[in-house]
Each structure stands twice: as structure tokens, then as C-alpha cells.
Ligand binder design. Sequence first.
Ligand code: M6R
Length: 608
Amino acid sequence: MCGIVGYAGIRDVVPILLEGLQRLEYRGYDSAGIAVQDHGAIHVVRSAGKIERLQDKLAGVRLPGQIGIGHTRWATHGKPTELNAHPHSDCGGNFVVIHNGIIENYSLIKRGLQERGHRFKSETDTEVIAHLLEENWDGDLVSTVRSAVSLLAGTFGLAILSAFAPETIALARRGSPLLLGIGKNEMFAASDVSAIRRHTNQVIYLEDEDLAIITPSSYEISSLQGTPVRRDQQTVEWEIASAEKQGFSHFMLKEIFEQPEAVINAMRGRVLDQDGTARLGGLDTVRDQLRATDHLIIVSCGTSYYAGLIGRYIIESHTDIAVEVELASEFRYRNLNLKQGTVVLAISQSGETADTLAAVREAKRKGVAVLGLVNAVGSTIARETVAGIYNHAGPEIGVASTKAFVSQLTILYLLALLLGRERNLSISEGKQFIAALQSIPGKISQILAESDAIRDIAERYAVFENFMFIGRKYNFPIALEGALKLKEISYLHSEGYAAGEMKHGPIALIHPQFPTVCIAPQGESYDKIISNLQEIKARSGPVLAIATHGDQEIARLADDVIYIPDIEERYSPFLTVIPLQLLAYHIANFNGREIDEPRNLAKSVTVE
Ligand code: M6R
């Protein structure tokens, strides 16, 4: 959603801010702006729309200065106009603020400020912060920020410039990510490390209730309540090249093609061939709890939720653990039986999804062990869970999640193996399981080699406006994921269903202009899904089948078939999902969509 970048140093600040904002574009935004500090005067330039429009406004404007802040806004309060774009200032123009998050009590605060004579220029919740700073100014920026934010309810990641503290950026965090980047004679601030990775790999992740002050040569962190705090400096492991397109037309396509590597990276160092088991070092501290538990609750959103659904099938079929998978946004409304020994696992690519974080906090409040499966190192969910596993999938930039999904699957399968081997799964079954997992990267590559053929099929289907996706068992969540991929980047209506549900309602939708993507690999559920396919054909619905190489029968029944390599049904989701990602990608491309930054969507959903 919104993005923050800040710089205090010795270089011209505008190009650094603009480049940082461009690197944050993938998170989703609808307006942008910067503020530059120059010997006590603060200049603000903002625009609605894309960063190119901000660049156009800046062309020909001389904006000298080595200290500044920049923002990409995803509208919540007020339309995406220039007036509502950040930064926002107070009446006197002495305090300039950019903000991620939502100030829940802003209308009450705004009324009071207006009664006391403050004039507002925007409809945003953020502007109250600038006026509160003005009203609470006591001659010291740190204590003024403390007083002002003590009046706020809600969430914020803040970067603040003040004409009264020309060498300084103040930063404050409650519920919205913020980090410091440390350079030589220069300091950075950002809501996401990709904004500053080109300049440094040394970062400090701020925690909730932290207040930081940066100058070109120093940083100081204390709590919003006034006590000094120490935060460790960390090294970012990934290179900037992995956040670039490297010749692909879109990040999504690049990330689809990175999936064999994503599986390998998720398995690296985590497989014990001799013992037929997995080693997940991040879970060592909770090993006893995992050995004893008979109840696992997975919480997550979107694609991560669908990974969790597949996790349920694989864990339940290899252990005696009852697995529940709950949408994180619904978790608070359930009165789940969190008995002693229940373990909660939060799955999140970004590690910042507000609903998943809220579920983590709620489960912790109820006293159970909460684990994380997270891609973004140092993210809030990674830090707030008691133990966890990192994906090591590298940055995922495309809004549509692809490589993070297969990486999540890989780790859930390793978890099933580990939990299974600690129960009744034999060593030889464990070895077979590992061999199957190790075969997956090569099989994914075989499907990727068919991308052009899948594009040709996609071209024929790009004319339709409605799609149904059906699957059974392990491939029911893949039907949900295939439908989500298509709708989010092509804006076409698509629904995912458990194939067995078709007769209970959805089959009424079927007609010659309503195609169904039928996920039908060989295995236990094959015969039943073939019956579903025939029922659709009997109603003249076009069918595109995803089937196993060598399946001649399905070629006679379906209109089109995309084949995947032969694999045991339980591992098939790793393969069946790949053609669906490519199908969605190519259909969206034929329809001229903005694939990496689809309308209305943000990469990381940091508001509830
Ligand atoms: O970062 P997270 O995994 O917590 O994100 C969860 C969802 O927002 C995310 O998977 C979303 O559904 C994607 N756009 C799907 O492609």
C-alpha cells in the first residue's frame, strides 16, 4: 500500500527519493510526493497518478537539498488527488509529514484543531499530525513528536521534516513498517527495504512504539514513551538485481520462471536424506510443542490462505494432527478452541499483512504458541512470532503472488514430513517423500518450457468474460488460486469451486460462453472430476483441462488440454498451479492489463 522513503546525507536528494519511490511502485499507489529540506526551508512537490507525473512536475524545477522524504499514497481518506497526496504540512509550513497507516480518531482531532483556528487543505487523516506537531511544538523535535503522537489512535509509520531541525528526519512507528538504512555519511529511511537496497545492505528494523531521529551521520532510537532502545543492525541478504526485471516483460513472468529455484531455495539445507526427514532450524525452540500437538490452526490471507489449505491436506494425511485453516480476517470472529498445546501458524509472504498480524496478536493474547512462515526477512510477523521459517524466495514484486506460493507449499510439505516422521511415518516413506519433492523443480521447468503453447491457448480464452475453476482434494485450493490469479490481474470474473459443489448451484452458470478450467491430474480423485467435466460438456460449456502427460481420455472430452509431467497426486499442486499462473498472465497481457500493478490492489495489505 503506501510507501515511504527518506534520505539525509551529502548527495542531491531528489533523484534518491524518486528512485526509491519507483522501487515502491509495486506496492500499489495512486499519488506521490516529496519534500526537500534546504537550509530551513521545506519545499513540497506532489501529484496525483503515477510517479512519471511527479517527475514531469519536477522537470525544470531546481530543488536543491540533501535531506528529504518521499511518499506513494494508496487512498483511504479522500480521493487520490494532488491535494490529498502526501507530504502534508501545518498552517505555518514548519512541519511536513508523510504517513502510512490510518489515524482512527482523526475526525475528532480535526474538529478540535479547526475550532482552535487550524486551516486544513486536504481530506486526509494524515494532515492532523502536521497540525498537532505545530500545536505541540516545545522547541525540541523529539519531545514534540512524542506529545503529538500520544494523541493518535490507529496505526502509523511516520517520516517528519521540520524547518526548526534542518539536519534531521524524525521517524515513528506504530503498526506500519519502517526501517533505517545505514550508509557512509548518509542515512536512509524506508517502509520497505527495496526502496533503499541500491544504496546499502545495512538496515535496522524499527519496532512498534519506536521513535528514531536520523541525520547524515547519526541515528538515535528511543521509545515513544521516552526510554532509550537498542535495535540490532542487520545485513540484507538479497542483491538489488533480484528486484529488477532482468529482461522479462513483467515481474510476474520473471517470478513465475523463478519457481524451480524458489523450491530449491526453500529446501536448501532443510532435507536430511539419510533419515528421510526435514530439518527446520527456525522451529528448534518449539520442537517439543510440535511433537506433542494434535491441533494446528493456520491463519493467512489470499494466496497464502490457499497454500494453507493445501498444507491442511498434506499435514493431515501424514500425521494425526487436526488442521484448521482460517482466513486471518475472520479469525477474531471465531471462538476457536485454543486448548493447551494448540499451535498457530501464520503464513505471509510480506510479513506485514494487517489481518494476519492481528490474528497473530490475538492468538498470542490467548496464550498459544504462534509460528510464522514468512518471506520478508525482518518483517513484523517474522518478529512477533515465537519461532518460524523463512521462505528465502527473494523479493516478490508482482502483486500477483507466484513464487512465494510454491515456496510456501514446499515448506508446508517439509513441515508435514517433519511432523509425520516424529509420529508414524516410516523412514522409507520419508525418503520417497523427499525424492518426490526433489523432482519438482525439474518438472516445473518442463511446464515453463511450454509457456508459448500456453500463451496460444490463452489467446483463445482471452475473449471470454467469465471463468469457472474446479478441482478436488489437493487441487481444490489450486482451483481457488487459479481463479484468484486470473481475476486480480485480468479483471475478468472467475470463480474457484470444489468440483463436488458444482451440482449444488454453480453448474447453473454454465453455457457456451462460460468456460471451465478443470484441474484433473491422475490420482484418487481423477474419475470423479472426469464426471464433473462431462456434466459441463453436456451443458455446452467449454472446458480447458489440466491433466497428466499421456492422458488420452481427457483429450477426447475437453476442448483444450495443458499437460503436466506425471507425479503422485499429493504433489500435483506444485505443477498444476504453473499453467494456471501462465494462463492468467497471458490472458491479462492479451487484454492489455497492468499486470504487475493491477488496479485497486496493493502488494502488501497493511490496513484491515
Ligand atoms: O503478504 P501476504 O502473503 O500476507 O499477502 C496475502 C494476500 O494479500 C496475497 O496473497 C494476495 O492475495 C495476492 N495478491 C495474491 O496474488
